[in-house]
Design a binder for this molecule. Structure first.
Ligand code: G6P
Length: 366
């Protein structure tokens, strides 16, 4: 069947808007109505896994990077993560008990597939998160876990990213409960948080007009910095990647705390710094990072919740107020303003949003 834009100007916007439905579908696939986990991973015993090795490319790699924070924090499992093109030639040793996890929307990315073949026979089990169950990566894995995003047409990935994250979130909770490091009440709380996500995402999508106005300003600059801390660090990387891919603005994502070790030299009044920082235990540290930027004449665009915005003490160039969200789901939710910012910056620049220059949807060559 032909996929249509359904009234949207671009597939990218259609796919951004689909995300609440996609996340609902993922949750229905992997959670039972009574709130228990329905995800089955045949012959994967998380009590015997000593370490996870995640490998992917592009946006899928950033989804894996969020999952690293989650597996380590919630399931107390150490995770190594690599981009596939580095992993495959480095020939890394895989200690006993390593679970290999591959993430790929298309399931055909050449580097990811080559990395997977390298671990065949070395990892205790190979699990893949894929959008296409018919793909090479799905076929060559021991367990293929569909992310249920539906066909993604836009070259810049959006709904596949949040579908990967939602699938990972359930997998992390499964690992945590199997390993006995999360009690039943905490688990139930996290599952409830996931169930709130589609509603929160719809709310975030409704901020579109405000993001569009801000994006038009951002589009006038040459360089843009993205900052995030902890589980929001990968979102800073993804936000910068989206902007580069479709608006051709130079953007860099950095861990907030790393700003002082180099990128702060780029800050001037023409370089906006986008800070993705919901209120959390480390928010005060982020505020001081923002102050370092503002003290150098930099313009800060803070994307956060009302409580955090009220705590910044002013001086911020622009703010985008996001709904309050439980910690686990924050990286999934904050993908939306990052995507919309890039989308509207690209519109302002008049680029070909769905078919950006030099990029391919699926890279099946080295
Ligand atoms: C290409 C696409 C990216 C994508 C990456 C990995 O570079 O342009 O959007 O993130 O490949 O693709 P995969 O299908 O393996 O997720």
């Amino acid at each position: 069947t032909r996929i249509e834009k359904a009234g949207y100007k671009h597939f990218m916007m259609k796919e951004i808007a689909e995300q609440p439905t996609v996340v609902d579908r993922v949750l229905d696939a992997y959670l039972d109505a009574d709130g228990s986990i329905a995800m089955t991973l045949p012959d994967v015993d998380f009590t015997k896994v000593s370490r996870i090795s995640i490998v992917a490319c592009g946006t899928a790699y950033y989804a894996g990077l969020v999952a690293k924070y989650w597996f380590e924090h919630y399931a107390r499992l150490p995770v190594d993560i690599d981009v596939a093109s580095e992993f495959r030639y480095r020939e890394p040793p895989l200690p006993e008990g390593t679970l290999a996890v591959y993430v790929s929307q298309s399931g055909e990315t050449a580097d990811t597939l080559a990395a997977l073949r390298y671990t065949d026979g070395k990892a205790s089990r190979i699990v893949s998160l894929v959008n296409s169950a018919e793909s090479s990566i799905a076929r060559e894995s021991d367990v293929a876990v569909p992310i249920h995003a539906g066909v993604e047409v836009s070259v810049a990935s959006t709904k596949a990213f949040t579908a990967m994250l939602t699938t990972f979130a359930v997998m992390v909770l499964k690992a945590a409960s199997e390993r006995g490091v999360m009690d039943a009440d905490t688990l139930a709380g996290h599952i409830q948080s996931l169930r709130q996500l589609p509603g929160l995402m719809s709310h975030a999508i409704s901020i579109d007009g405000e993001l569009a106005r801000t994006a038009r300003k951002v589009a006038q600059s040459r360089d843009v910095l993205f900052l995030g801390r902890g589980q929001m660090f990968p979102l800073a990387l993804e936000g910068a990647l989206k902007l580069k891919e479709i608006s051709y603005l130079h953007a860099e994502g950095y861990a907030s705390g790393e700003l002082k070790h180099g990128p702060i030299a780029l800050v001037d009044k023409n370089t906006p710094t986008v800070v993705l920082a919901p209120h959390d235990g480390l928010f005060e540290k982020t505020v001081s990072n923002m102050q370092e930027v503002m003290a150098r004449g930099g313009r800060v665009l803070l994307i956060s919740d009302a409580k955090a915005i009220a705590a910044t003490g002013g001086g911020v160039w622009r703010t985008i107020t996001m709904p309050d969200a439980p910690e686990l789901v924050q990286p999934i939710l904050y993908a939306i303003p990052a995507q919309l910012l890039a989308y509207h910056a690209a519109i302002a620049k008049g680029t070909d949003v769905d078919q950006p220059r030099n990029l391919a949807k699926s890279v099946t060559v080295e």
